[in-house]
Each structure stands twice: as structure tokens, then as C-alpha cells.
Write a protein that binds this ligand. Sequence first.
Ligand code: URA
Length: 221
Amino acid sequence: MAPSAPPVVHPATTLVNVPAGEHGLELARRVAAACTACDLYARATQTVFGEGRPSASLMLVGEQPGDREDRAGEPFVGPAGAMLDRALAEAGIDRERVFVTNVVKHFKWKPVPGSKRRLHEKPNAVEIRACRPWLDLELEIVRPDLVVALGATAAQAILGPAFRITEGRGELLDAPDFGRQVIATFHPSAILRARTPGDRDRMLAALVADLALAAETIRAA
Ligand code: URA
């Protein structure tokens, strides 16, 4: 009989009994830095692991790092991060008190012919699945009471592929497979891409309202 291929061990599953809090996060961050569970690591500068308060009650989950985040090694520090900061401030949430991460930890991009720009590409289901153990580990370490999914990619990764932001946005949802309540809302980048100033204002107001609901929910927990 031909020898079978060795089982593929996801690096996140090598971390057992990871302590909660800062120490556990540092351990996970170090192992995630060498993750090759999907092909995205090859073209990205670095793994962008989640950041923020290690015992945060609120976790914000985006899609994947963008160009700026890929270079900085931190989530939501580029234009989308500035929009997120604005919405958090308007909702009365201190970013220092939350944990911010993404469903995919490497920047997926394609070159723009004749330019040095790196164009964001949406992660596919295989890449999202390959990265999932890192999100699960972040949840296990941080143990937030509530998760806010920013945009369709994060919302569908958490709530299932049938979820639609246009239908379920801004509701406090039970996500039994996920182990905690979830609010799905607009991605800050979608607000930056809004077609008209009116759309932009409406989407920003919705993001702020959804974050305010998240703040109220964790206060009441
Ligand atoms: N968009 C995301 O989804 N995450 C980031 O970290 C930055 C931009």
C-alpha cells in the first residue's frame, strides 16, 4: 500500500490549554506569525493577529488586513481603521477597551498592472476555513461577551453563508455554533466606498447605532 500523506496539523491546534489574557495572546501571536495553513502567507508581509484588551467584553471582527495593516502588522490602522475609530468614538466606545481582529489574518491582494498598488482581493471559503482556528483561539483566550461582525465576509463566516447584512444588520443574534451573541453591521470600508454622501452618512449612522447597541448589551450583561 502506498504511504498516505502525513496529517496536516493546523498550527493553532498545537496550542493546548492556552492561558486566558495577555500571556495566551502573546503565545498565540507568536505561533500564528509562522502560519502556512493556506497560501496567503506567501504574498503577505506578515500575519496580522488580533489586538486589543486581552480580557475585552467586546470583540470586533473584520474581513482581512488591508495594505496598511499588512505593512504595520496591526488590524484596522489604515483608512478603514480611521472610519472604525470615528464610529467607535461616536458610539462612546474606547478602542483601548475592545479586541479587534479579522477572520483572515493575511492580506490577500493582486498586483495592478503598471502600478505598485496592491489591490485587495476577497478571501475565499478555503482561506476563511484555514484561518478559522485562529479566530476560535482568540475567542477562547479573550472570552468576549459579544462579537460585532464588520461586513458580510465576517458575518457569513460567523453566522453562515445564508446571512445577509441587508436583512440581519443591527440585530442582536444568537450564534449557537459560535458560542456567543453577535451583531452584524457594515464594514467601515463599505462606508468609504458609498456612492453618495447621503449613503455614506446613512451607513455611518447605522454602524454607530449598531456599535452603541453592542456597548449597551455588554453593559447590561
Ligand atoms: N479591513 C478589514 O477587514 N480589516 C482590517 O484590519 C483592515 C481593513
